[in-house]
Write a protein that binds this ligand. Structure first.
Ligand code: HEC
Ligand code: HEC
Ligand code: HEC
Ligand code: HEC
Ligand code: HEC
Length: 198
């Protein structure tokens, strides 16, 4: 079973979504944006069928394959600081509620997950997302430098095609100095210890 955007096209929610999605002119980096292949119809998955998905289970079954894949939302819409700061940014509940104040979900599984989001919003609780990639504190990793230098496929080069992942998992072992160094050698970037270590 596949789901199509047409399922909720025509719903009252659409104008609101289109409005939010059209928000602001895309920046150069957004246009260059990461790999968003063709439109991908995501497979139906209930939160209860996720046992065999790779990656840590998240407190809400948030699907990149729907949002970034099927709906073609730009990564930067949510990871708002990835072009300008070392930290890409994780969206606040408010960012989600820009749509989900209206979009309630089209089946019981999706509705149950969206209800968790709305509860977090009404109780003013942040969502405790489980981090997938993280480096030890002594390592410095500037996202903005990599995104500027690596161009349109930057995210996918390191993270894989997240826009096809129902649940994010690690494609590259980022906690490995050898991984960093081998790309830096290949692309003739600095290997100075102090570039990466405080
Ligand atoms: C609608 C908002 C939204 C969009 C659009 C979005 N993300 Fe995310 N992303 C999240 C949220 C929320 C999390 C934390 C929960 C999770 O890991 O699924 C996350 C987590 C991630 C992670 C794992 C972070 C970690 O903990 O290590 C990666 C990598 C990522 N996103 C990459 C991308 C890429 C690449 C794109 C574009 C193809 C993208 N995201 C689009 C909201 C979004
Ligand atoms: C630009 C609008 C938009 C934003 C922003 C957005 N979503 Fe969604 N989301 C949607 C639409 C549209 C659907 C599909 C609803 C349906 O199936 O009827 C959806 C579906 C979902 C679902 C149900 C998935 C399923 O299996 O049916 C969850 C859970 C969800 N979103 C969580 C989030 C979270 C968490 C955030 C913030 C990190 C977020 N969304 C941000 C538009 C958005
Ligand atoms: C050169 C490799 C590389 C590229 C390119 C890259 N990332 Fe990352 N990403 C990483 C590493 C390494 C980490 C872990 C960083 C840390 O712990 O400080 C990470 C962490 C993240 C996180 C988790 C941050 C958090 O605070 O939880 C998100 C989200 C993310 N990346 C999104 C993106 C997006 C979106 C893009 C493209 C616009 C991108 N990344 C491009 C390597 C990369
Ligand atoms: C896939 C290739 C690739 C990987 C993997 C990669 N980098 Fe880079 N890195 C680059 C490129 C390209 C630049 C940009 C050089 C420039 O702007 O001239 C860069 C620049 C940097 C800089 C800035 C250097 C300076 O001159 O100030 C740091 C710090 C850095 N990387 C750390 C890391 C760390 C830490 C990792 C591993 C967690 C990593 N990189 C993994 C390609 C990569
Ligand atoms: C391109 C980025 C980069 C450069 C350049 C770099 N490192 Fe690292 N280094 C890392 C990362 C990422 C880790 C974390 C790996 C891990 O979690 O085990 C690390 C880990 C380490 C560790 C700890 C290993 C451990 O087992 O905990 C030492 C020691 C270290 N580096 C020394 C150096 C020295 C000395 C240099 C210069 C010759 C250097 N590094 C250059 C990225 C870099």
């Amino acid at each position: 079973m596949t789901r199509r955007l047409a399922l909720f096209v025509g719903g009252a929610a659409l104008a609101g979504i289109a409005g939010v999605m059209a928000f602001g002119a895309p920046t150069r980096a957004q246009q260059a944006g990461p790999a968003v292949a063709d439109s991908i119809a995501s497979t139906y998955l209930a939160a209860s069928d996720t046992a065999d998905l790779l990656g840590p289970r998240q407190p809400i079954f948030f699907r990149h394959d729907l949002h970034a894949g099927q709906f073609k939302m730009q990564c930067q819409y949510c990871h708002y600081s990835v072009n300008v700061s070392p930290e890409p940014g994780i969206p606040s509940v408010e960012t989600c509620m820009g749509c989900h104040a209206v979009v309630a979900g089209s089946d019981s599984g999706g509705r149950a997950e969206i209800r968790k989001l709305r509860t977090a919003w009404s109780e003013k609780q942040p969502i405790e997302w489980v981090r997938v990639h993280f480096l030890p504190r002594h390592v410095h990793f500037p996202h903005q430098v990599h995104v500027a230098a690596m161009g349109p496929n930057a995210c996918a080069t390191c993270h894989g095609d997240v826009s096809r992942m129902p649940q994010v998992f690690k494609v590259n072992n980022v906690n490995n100095m050898g991984w960093c160094i081998s790309c830096h050698v290949e692309r003739q970037v600095t290997r100075d210890c102090t570039a990466c270590h405080y």
